[in-house]
Design a protein around this ligand. Structure first.
Ligand code: PEP
Length: 251
């Protein structure tokens, strides 16, 4: 049985004034079976950590460096994230692959660094609009995932997010049939490359314009174990209804 998971990626949003949103999400999460993880900007982490001590809400970072320490101005290592109590990290988000030129090879090193420091890693994969239009989604996802994941994986520290680039922040969402097909493909790829235990254990979540109107149907797909939410995770009024819809799904 795989525990449902909902992650909120705040990207470069969030000031002290927005802590109230996190407190509301934290209060709600106390009664939830779903694993809820927020990825706020690093600047808010210490304030959030001190205000959610009784909560089951987990906190993660949106990136880490592959080295433990060194002359890397502006970077933060996985070891530093663990040091401030973070438990998760997102790696391979398309915004970082594109704007920060993070290749599959670089990401593989980052994943290894995250695992060496006991961080659970949400590894994102997703095709561009052009790839989707040309009917090459399957081939692309297979190639991207195979090249991004290390040869030896930590089953209990890996979550895979399928995030079509063209669905992120656009209001566009693939058809249920397309989402099912890609999630099935990812599960099969994990089985072929890493075995049945890995395939049955690793959670595969969907991300891209999730909201309270479209999540119920997406969450009901058999190989969808939850979601990665960007824009709709920024307020408790838009995030909590999505958590509730996931809570309603049988495990
Ligand atoms: C994301 O950036 O991971 C994401 C899913 O964003 P949004 O929900 O805003 O499309």
């Amino acid at each position: 049985m795989r525990r449902k998971i909902l992650a909120g990626n705040w990207k470069m949003h969030g000031l002290t004034v927005d802590l109230q949103e996190i407190n509301e999400i934290s209060k709600f999460s106390k009664s939830c079976e779903t694993e809820i993880i927020l990825f706020p900007p690093i600047t808010l982490v210490s304030k959030i950590s001190s205000s959610i001590t009784e909560s089951s809400l987990k906190l993660g970072a949106q990136n880490c460096h592959f080295n433990q320490a060194g002359a890397h101005t502006g970077e933060i290592s996985a070891k530093m994230l663990t040091d401030i109590g973070l438990t998760h990290v997102i790696l391979g988000h398309s915004e970082r692959r594109t704007a920060h030129l993070e290749t599959n090879e670089i990401l593989r090193e980052k994943i290894k660094a995250a695992w060496e420091n006991d961080l659970t890693t949400i590894v994102c994969v997703g095709e561009s609009a052009e790839t989707a239009k040309n009917g090459l989604t399957d081939v692309f996802i297979q190639d991207q995932l195979t090249k991004t994941l290390p040869n030896h994986i930590k089953i209990n520290r890996l979550i895979i997010a399928y995030e079509p680039i063209w669905a992120i922040g656009t209001g566009e969402v693939p058809s249920l049939k397309q989402i099912k097909k890609t999630h099935d493909l990812i599960r099969n790829l994990i089985k072929n490359n890493y075995g049945s235990l890995a395939a049955n254990s690793i959670r595969i979540i969907y991300g891209g314009s999730l909201n309270q109107d479209n999540s119920k149907d997406i969450f009901s797909l058999p190989n969808v174990d939850g979601g990665l939410v960007g824009g709709a995770s920024l307020t408790h009024t838009s995030f909590i209804p999505i958590i509730s819809l996931l809570e309603m799904q049988p495990n």
